[in-house]
Ligand binder design. Sequence first.
Ligand SMILES: C[S@@+](CC[C@H](N)C(=O)[O-])C[C@H]1O[C@@H](n2cnc3c(N)ncnc32)[C@H](O)[C@@H]1O
Length: 241
Amino acid sequence: MLSLTRRILKKFHPEGIPFPGTFFYNFVSKSKIFQHHYDLISQDVLNHVTSGKVLDIGTGPGWLLLSLHKQNPHFELVGADISASMVERAKANIQQADLSGQIHVEIADAKSMPFADDSFDAVISTGSVHHWKDPLTSINEIYRILKPGGYAFLYDIVSDIPKAVLKQMAKDFGRLRMFLLWLHAFEEPFYSLDNYRLLAGQTRFKEGTTRFVGVMCCLSLRKSLPNVKLSGSWEDRKFEV
Ligand SMILES: C[S@@+](CC[C@H](N)C(=O)[O-])C[C@H]1O[C@@H](n2cnc3c(N)ncnc32)[C@H](O)[C@@H]1O
């Protein structure tokens, strides 16, 4: 599935981000381009899910949870991350926003989530899937913990971002940032767009679609409803609630 170079990169790439990487990532992700993306993504989530319990896997410093809360304080928000140091970061950021009582974050590995079956209305993730050592087991875990009819939106960078997307981002954020992103793609085991989409077919979701939200590629998945025969293509029905 991944090219040989990316398979080697993945072997040595740490799954969870340890300290002091957490300190550095927290600092970088406060930047304008990151915060713009958290807002873009939370708006995208809100286009499809407007209430209920939402889990962010690989939540890192927790900025996406804070952005989602800002846009809709009625969500019940939970964050999970395999890195204890990241969870500490997220808790500190959430506390600083005075939201400790409202947003819960805990240490958890995507491939074995400490949550009951059918317990979330939506599961989201940004920039984390390419870190997962066992992505298929992890995506099957997402299927297990989603309520029937629930959505998963997995946003990640891909190694072959279309030129048109890069051009638009360069317009918004400058060529230097886009050049840094392009360089970054050589040292991170990102999936190609095709391989990212193909992940869905090997899991209990059976199918999924991809589209771009800013510079992030979103793999959209939906847990089927029991005893409901859906008509039309998945493209037509994917955002029905
Ligand atoms: C590049 S950071 C992205 C953080 C955050 N989602 C964001 O967009 O700023 C990737 C995060 O995924 C976490 N992670 C990696 N593998 C994981 C796994 N198997 N289960 C849960 N979290 C994981 C890392 O510890 C890290 O915090």
